[in-house]
Design a protein around this ligand. Structure first.
Ligand SMILES: [Zn+2]
Length: 85
């Protein structure tokens, strides 16, 4: 099983229709981003878009946290100690 990386896969380029796979870090709080295929600047400043990505990122963070607390994943022992929440 490959280490999961969380990508946004629904940002397609209006110019060449290339679907840009981006991480949340690459798109959150950004106004625009260059298409990986043709270099066209894609406007991502839309509030609804940003809000959805932020929500998704939070959900993923929460999922990660829950999984770590449940103790099913011992491969990341170099992380911060478990919080007793
Ligand atoms: Zn493009």
């Amino acid at each position: 099983m490959v280490e999961p990386t969380y990508m946004i896969d629904d940002l397609f380029c209006p110019h060449c229709k290339h679907v840009n796979e981006l991480t949340f870090a690459e798109v959150l709080d950004k106004d625009e981003i260059a298409c990986r295929n043709c270099g066209t600047m894609i406007d991502i400043s839309d509030d609804k878009l940003q809000a959805r990505w932020r929500q998704d990122a939070q959900n993923i963070k929460k999922m990660e946290h829950d999984r770590r607390v449940s103790g099913s994943d011992h491969t990341h022992s170099d992380d911060s100690p478990l919080s007793d929440r």
